[in-house]
Design a protein around this ligand. Structure first.
Ligand SMILES: N[C@@H](CCC(=O)N[C@@H](CS)C(=O)NCC(=O)O)C(=O)O
Length: 199
């Protein structure tokens, strides 16, 4: 049995989206971060830092959304969301690029451009925006020749890349990148994507 600890304003949306793409049964425990439920002793047993997401798979806790997505792709190979013998270099390379290279810059822009987090810094935001545009340029090139990160078929790498780019696109950071915008539209049109971030 798979249990997902979920809050829609967290990276738990990535894991829920993946589970929905797989079409496997799971149960969801909603964690109210506003009420501090993620720091409760019972939840700290599952995620030692009190962060989201976490899952329990057959009673074993697992943390880190990128690892969870990869693990789920491997656990259900018949669903075809993992790498093939031919596309592993793109699958792993671009999936990790999205998480490690792109996502921190999108996050920096999000926090430095948004008053409500108390870190508003227009200079840092502008710098971050320009840096992100430099970093997404290779992905624009990649996606100008294919529909998905690892080729013609949607894979778990798109759950990671698609989520990060949809976040960037939603803040207007992808203007002038036609392939990225087409990709985000393709990704956002998937029913599982919408379920992943719903209440
Ligand atoms: N690298 C972790 C990041 C986990 C993380 O930072 N989660 C945020 C929400 S997206 C969180 O729980 N923040 C609340 C806190 O740190 O107290 C992952 O991908 O799972």
């Amino acid at each position: 049995m798979i249990t997902l600890y979920f809050n829609r304003f967290s990276r738990a949306t990535r894991v829920r989206w993946m589970l929905e793409e797989l079409g496997v049964p799971y149960e969801m425990v909603r964690v109210d971060m506003g009420k501090g439920e993620h720091k409760a002793a019972s939840y700290l047993e599952i995620h030692p830092l009190g962060k989201l997401p976490a899952v329990e798979i057959d009673g074993k806790p697992m943390i880190e959304s990128l690892a969870i997505v990869q693990y789920l792709a491997a656990k259900f190979p018949e669903k075809g969301l993992g790498p093939t013998a031919d596309n592993g270099t793109d699958y792993y390379g671009w999936m990790v690029y999205a998480q490690v290279t792109l996502e921190p810059e999108v996050g920096n822009y999000f926090y430095s451009s948004n008053e409500r987090f108390g870190r508003l810094d227009p200079v840092a935001a502008e710098k971050g925006k320009n840096e992100l545009r430099r970093l997404v340029a290779p992905v624009e090139k990649l996606l100008s020749g294919r529909n998905f990160v690892a080729g013609d078929n949607f894979t778990a790498a798109d759950v990671v890349m698609g989520g990060v780019l949809a976040w960037a696109g939603g803040m207007g950071l992808l203007e002038g990148f036609p392939s990225l915008n087409a990709y985000v539209a393709r990704i956002a049109g998937r029913p599982a994507f919408s379920v992943g971030r719903s209440e």
